[in-house]
Design a binder for this molecule. Structure first.
Ligand SMILES: Nc1ncnc2c1ncn2[C@@H]1O[C@H](COP(=O)(O)OP(=O)(O)O)[C@@H](O)[C@H]1O
Ligand SMILES: [Mg+2]
Length: 345
């Protein structure tokens, strides 16, 4: 079970979609689910297994039955928690639910193999929003599956916000089956490739100065690479074969790209409470990157304890990230400049 985590706009969904293409090319059947707090993730996965298993009638019937019994053993998210009304951190999973989930996965994988496929890949996007019961059921099922049948060609590939590991750990006490990986921002050479390759396919070149400007402005953030590429292309008038994207096009494109980034920042700032804004402002003044907790408290004239509430909420919202222990950074480049500019107005 792999979990890739990063802030919004880093390319997690794109990465999973690419994984889906790669798996399909290897005749691995895929299931895709986007987790959300109002739906049972385990149920949503179960509901998609029969279609992945193939159409052979007796197999289809057997899998439909397994899936149904697994589904029945699961609670309805929200309702159960509301009824119980207590922290369910250490609640045990009905072993039957995990057993039934595991049985459904094994039967599906077997049916896929008999149907000419090579395995099963389950993709879960936005895993930080998954309901706790599902996380427990899936983790137990996978643990059992891995120890009982280590060679089973089935995998779960998940992606989510930086708080994914925390969200999973709060539901599952043993989470060593999860293989976490933080997605880094892009290196400049990869940003250059992302800009140049699609243009080359249309026989359009980026002038070297234009490329330098575009790469420098993206600062490794894929969402911005996307904006810059699109806006420069538009500024160049959707060039024909043999066309050139020059520095002036990129400059014009950057103005449009920056405006869209400002919209993102406006929304984030608008949704922040007063206490959060004070913390954001202080982070911005301290440079926006790798700001030490003590320095932040110092700048606000208070204790590290006093800022822990707003700090936790900003982390939760994905506006800041804990780049290393005791340090925070803005998750999107340019936010510090935005805050300082807006303040100066
Ligand atoms: N490797 C990449 N290079 C360039 N642009 C990318 C890359 N990965 C993603 N993008 C673009 O960045 C934006 C955000 O990607 P997305 O996968 O939706 O991110 P996330 O799921 O992390 O929020 C999209 O417009 C996508 O096309
Ligand atoms: Mg996404």
């Amino acid at each position: 079970m792999r979990v890739d985590h990063a802030v919004r706009g880093i390319g997690k969904t794109s990465l999973l979609r690419e994984g889906e293409r790669v798996m399909r090319a290897a005749r691995i059947r895929t299931v895709w689910v986007t987790a959300n707090p109002d739906e049972s993730l385990a149920r949503a996965i179960l509901a998609k297994l029969p279609a992945a298993a193939g159409a052979e009638p007796s197999r289809a019937k057997a899998i439909a039955e397994l899936v149904e019994s697994a589904t029945l053993s699961l609670g309805v998210p929200g309702i159960v928690t509301a009824e119980v009304g207590v922290k369910r951190r250490n609640a045990t999973v009905p072993a039957s639910a995990a057993e039934a989930f595991k049985a459904s996965v094994i039967a599906t994988t077997q049916a896929i193999k008999d149907d000419g496929g090579t395995g099963l890949a389950i993709f879960v996007d936005e895993i930080q929003s998954a309901d706790r019961e599902s996380l427990r059921v899936i983790a137990y099922a996978w643990q059992e599956l891995a120890s009982e049948r280590p060679g089973t060609p089935a995998g779960i590939f998940a992606a989510g916000l930086p708080n994914s590991a925390e969200a999973i750990a709060s539901a599952v006490t043993f989470a060593e089956r999860f293989d976490y990986r933080a997605l880094p921002t892009l290196e400049d050479k990869d940003v250059a490739l992302a800009l140049v390759t699609p243009a080359q396919e249309a026989d359009v070149q980026w002038a070297p100065t234009a490329l330098r400007l575009g790469v420098g402005s993206a600062r490794g953030f894929p969402y911005k690479v996307q904006l810059i590429g699109h806006e420069a292309w538009t500024a160049a008038g959707w060039p024909d074969r043999g066309g050139i994207i020059d520095e002036a096009h990129v400059r014009t494109g950057l103005t449009a790209a920056e405006e869209q980034m400002r919209e993102l920042f406006r929304a984030r700032w608008g949704a922040a409470t007063r206490a959060e804004r004070e913390v954001l402002r202080a982070i911005a003044r301290l440079g926006g990157h790798d700001v030490k907790r003590e320095d932040l408290a110092g700048a606000l004239g208070t204790s590290t304890r006093a800022i822990s509430g707003p700090r936790a909420r900003l982390l939760q919202k994905g506006i800041i990230e804990a780049t290393r222990f005791g340090y925070v950074s803005f998750s999107v480049p340019g936010f510090a400049e935005y805050i300082l500019e807006t303040e100066a107005e």
